[in-house]
Write a protein that binds this ligand. Structure first.
Ligand SMILES: [Zn+2]
Length: 198
């Protein structure tokens, strides 16, 4: 069998390099403007129903993506894709979970720049779970935003403690709006109601 022809150059819009914010990352090979699709989330993937126990187990990898049809996209990590994008507190792209899942440009990106997204992880009682190394001027120090059982208990309280909790949440919502990630607010509300004393 003849060897398949290997092109000497690539038209791929991105490359995967190791010298990123955290381990491997995705780098632009050309410029992108807001709205451009940069790369599919996972060129090779499996899809499972959200209720499938295997989907819950896979979520621990933090790489799964929940699509609007309540299917969970599990990337095949032998094939690079948008799932390799690092988090930044000042991202230049965003992740969209409809259909196959994709990374789309939100701020102009120059060739050679690292493509970053905002993960929007909301943790419960694990404030220091994911330290952030993004280096952005507005870096929050942690990738995750944490809500605690105490937050859920006192959120409607008129005390000073209650006011402080609401102020911190409002500050985060303002931050989300400043980077166009308002949808994360919904995750915060859901996490708070999970922690609500019953
Ligand atoms: Zn950061």
């Amino acid at each position: 069998m003849p060897k398949p022809h290997k092109p000497k150059f690539s038209l791929a819009p991105v490359e995967y390099r190791d010298n990123s914010i955290a381990g491997r990352g995705v780098f632009a090979k050309r410029s992108f403007k807001p709205g451009d699709v940069i790369v599919p989330y996972a060129p090779k993937q499996r899809r499972l129903d959200v209720e499938d126990p295997e989907a819950t187990a896979a979520a621990r990898s933090k790489l799964t993506l929940l699509s609007e049809q309540w299917t969970v996209i599990i990337p095949d990590t032998s094939v690079p894709g948008g799932w390799l994008c690092n988090h930044s507190c000042s991202p230049n792209a965003a992740i969209y979970s409809d259909r196959e899942g994709r990374i789309q440009c939100t701020r102009p990106i120059m060739p050679g720049e690292e493509v970053t997204i905002f993960y929007g992880w909301v943790t419960q009682n694990e404030p220091e779970r994911d330290p952030c190394l993004c280096g952005a001027a507005n870096c929050r120090g942690f990738i995750n935003f944490d809500v605690s059982s105490r937050d859920a208990e006192l959120i409607e309280d008129e005390s000073e403690a209650g006011q402080a909790i609401r102020a911190r949440l409002e500050q985060y919502v303002a931050f989300l709006a400043s980077i166009g990630q308002e949808q994360v607010e919904e995750t915060v509300v859901r996490a708070l109601s999970n922690l609500r004393p019953r």
